[in-house]
Design a protein around this ligand. Structure first.
Ligand code: PXP
Length: 241
């Protein structure tokens, strides 16, 4: 199975928004990522619109051929936007206004009733729903109960730990990926992945997709976006042998 790479272009918009105006353009970044081997484009439309804007989503849908994975909080506002655009996929993420980035996964277990409504509405519109969760059995079981076709494991703890803690977290991701597949759920992973830490995650055979953003956009400052995405693609291919 080919491991897909979703390139998250949020932080191209972060740089643009630092000065207002329209440069650098995240849609141009999506085009370059597509040429460099991305299989999909990921964008998080936040409530505060701190990076991606509604206009970016309009243009990504209209101008980019790759499937769009819309990351969204489970709110009526975001549901309405997703249903209006019908992206290929929607990844439901937890969102706190004051956080710098998505810190931790959804509590799919504790929020069953709230999430069930969104999983159902998005799924009925033929949008592939994914739940961004921590790699724990409890969260996978909750995703099964919710009938989500996809889960994305939050790799932040793996990325930000070292030594035995990292090894243990990697094992949790691998075990949960196997558990997800056993229950008919496609596992994805993302958050904090870099050239230095991507290979062990990419080598987990059940994982179907990685979503990577901040590192790729940061690296693009030094080597260009095309080279940055190509190198990530190479590492992922090597990990799969
Ligand atoms: N996947 C999800 C669901 C995310 O919310 C994010 C961004 O926080 C990513 C992947 C990409 O993470 P990063 O920008 O750290 O590569």
């Amino acid at each position: 199975m080919r491991l897909r790479l979703g390139v998250n272009i949020d932080h191209v918009a972060t740089i643009r928004n630092a000065r207002g105006g329209d440069h650098p353009d995240p849609v141009r970044a999506a085009r370059i990522a597509a040429e460099a081997g991305a299989d999909g484009i990921t964008a998080h439309l936040r409530e505060d619109r701190r990076h991606i804007t509604d206009g970016d989503i309009d243009r990504l849908m209209a101008e980019i051929d790759l499937p769009l994975n819309l990351e969204m909080a489970a709110t009526e506002e975001m549901l309405e936007i997703a249903l209006a655009h019908r992206p290929h996929a929607a990844c439901i993420v937890p969102e706190r206004r004051e956080e710098r980035t998505t810190e931790g996964g959804l509590d799919a277990a504790g929020q069953h009733n709230h999430l069930a409504y969104f999983v159902d509405k998005l799924g009925s519109a033929n949008i592939r729903v994914s739940l961004f969760i921590e790699p724990t059995e409890e969260q996978v079981a909750a995703a099964v109960r919710l009938g989500a076709p996809v889960v994305e494991f939050h790799t932040g703890r793996y990325a930000h730990s070292e030594g035995e803690e990292r090894t243990a977290e990697l094992r949790r991701i691998a075990d949960c990926a196997a558990l997800a597949v056993k229950n008919g759920i496609e596992p994805h992973a993302g958050h904090g992945l870099t050239f230095d830490n991507v290979v062990p995650v990419a080598a987990i055979p059940q994982i179907a997709e990685l979503n990577i953003g901040h590192f790729l956009i940061g690296e693009a400052i030094f080597t260009g976006l095309e080279a940055s995405v190509r190198r990530m693609r190479e590492l992922m291919n090597e990990a799969r042998g």
